[in-house]
Design a protein around this ligand. Structure first.
Ligand code: PSV
Ligand code: MN
Length: 425
């Protein structure tokens, strides 16, 4: 389904005077509003192909909306819809083998029609596939049996090849490898096997590619994880070489971890590669970004902006930005619109922090002033700047409202049927 430009324009025209009023106010309140709007226009967040359908838990899956995408083409169509509405979701991230492009050049051309590019490719060695001869029950790249490691290495190399054809330039490796019980694994050997396997995959990376090593504290293994935290990921990335980086998924930490500090130090080392956004209360809950801890999201962006500026990095292209969430009770497209909006808001808030004043307050050890500066940025309603960025790039002033007003989900149900199921977790 293609969203006609006139439906966006009609909607925006109705909302324009209210928007202009709010924009005039915020523009008078903060410095360099125009500079912030320009950065927001450039900032794009990739949508994972596996988040376009209803997610489930190990207790069950409840179909919510109907009209879920039935194949890769329809997934691209859905991301195209999101991008038409918000102009900030201009990329899609594929998970292999959940989405195998049968005809890569046709897939690439279809995505281009919607203004989309292919973000990081994701390999999958955490599930056995019907045609795989060896099992990942006891790990993949860490496995004690070299033939299982070989199978997992070959799969990753195949994913790189598919990514090259689609115009992607990064591979995200997330491993479920680890152990469920003490004594099950020799930690050192598991690390060394994993490193050797990653080295083989790294060798297959084209020069302009990056490898992201994603860590996760626990699940599905519950005693140890072989890439369990940012320290372990950084060890692998450092030993692998300059094309390897750490990827931070917000849900992959032990409770109360100071993610903003992790981000700051990884950036300092030039080893932060990418992000998976989501939110959580307890574990890897995969909830809508910004729905539980919006202040933490802002603090993370505050470090990202500060740290990227310190290294002269382009905010839009310097790191891989992606959502990684699951939608159990909401329409996935509505949830994704909310996540993108939350990310844009946190980014805009971080851009509006008075950096000079903050540095001065830090040097003067004026702790109260430091807090005031940050919280002032967090509590100022900068949403009109985000809306203005969308307006200038052809998106809707209020994407979720328009999505509902146009009955887009109902149209998708009519087109695809009520009982469709998208591949993913
Ligand atoms: C694992 O929990 C993870 O965050 C990895 O990024 C996977 O690729 C993705 O989720 C799969 O849903
Ligand atoms: Mn992830």
């Amino acid at each position: 389904m293609v969203l006609e430009k006139y439906s966006i324009d009609d909607f925006n025209n109705d909302a324009l005077s209210g928007h202009k009023r709010k924009l005039a106010y915020i523009t008078s309140e903060i410095s360099d509003a125009d500079g912030i709007i320009k950065k927001l226009i450039d900032f794009q967040i990739a949508i994972p192909s596996w988040a376009l359908g209803t997610g489930g838990t190990r207790f069950g899956r409840f179909a919510i909306t109907g009209g879920e995408p039935r194949n890769l083409e329809e997934k691209i169509e859905d991301v195209g819809l999101l991008h038409a509405l918000n102009q900030s979701s201009g990329a899609i991230s594929l998970h292999i083998p959940w989405d195998i492009p049968e005809n890569p050049s046709a897939t690439k051309a279809l995505a281009a029609q919607y203004g989309l590019r292919f973000d990081a490719m994701n390999s999958n060695t955490f599930q056995d596939q019907p045609d795989s001869s060896l099992s990942y029950k006891f790990g993949s790249l860490q496995h004690v049996d070299s033939s299982v490691r070989r199978q997992a290495i070959d799969h990753n190399i195949e994913v790189i090849k598919q990514g090259i054809e689609l115009g992607s330039n990064s591979l995200t490796v997330w491993l479920a490898d680890g152990s469920c019980f003490p004594g099950q694994l020799n930690f050192r050997k598991a690390f060394q096997n994993t490193l050797e396997s990653l080295k083989e995959i790294y060798k297959a990376l084209p020069d302009n590619w990056k490898m992201f090593v994603e860590y996760k504290a626990y699940e599905p293994n519950f005693y140890s994880t072989t890439v369990g935290d940012w320290g372990q990921s950084l060890l692998y990335a450092t030993k692998l070489g300059e094309k390897a980086f750490t990827l931070v998924d917000l849900g992959h930490h032990l409770p109360n971890a100071n993610i903003e500090q992790i981000v700051s130090l990884l950036l300092m080392e030039g080893k932060l590669g990418g992000f998976h956004f989501n939110d959580s209360k307890y574990g890897d809950d995969d909830l809508t970004t910004g729905s539980i801890k919006p202040y933490q999201l802002f603090l993370i962006f505050n470090e990202l902006v500060e740290g990227m500026d310190a290294r002269g990095m382009d905010h839009a292209t310097g790191l891989g930005w992606m959502i990684d969430a699951s939608h159990n009770v909401k329409d996935p497209l509505e949830d994704l619109l909310q996540s993108v909006e939350a990310i844009m808001i946190a980014y805009a808030q971080a851009l509006s922090v008075d950096r000079k004043a903050l540095t001065e307050a830090q040097h003067a050890n004026d702790v109260a002033r430091c807090q005031e500066i940050l919280q002032n940025a967090f509590r100022t309603d900068i949403r009109p700047l985000v809306a203005e960025a969308r307006l200038r790039s052809g998106g809707a002033l209020a994407p979720l409202e328009l999505y509902r007003k146009l009955g887009l989900r109902q149209q998708l149900v009519k087109q695809r049927g009520q009982k469709t199921v998208a591949t993913g977790l």
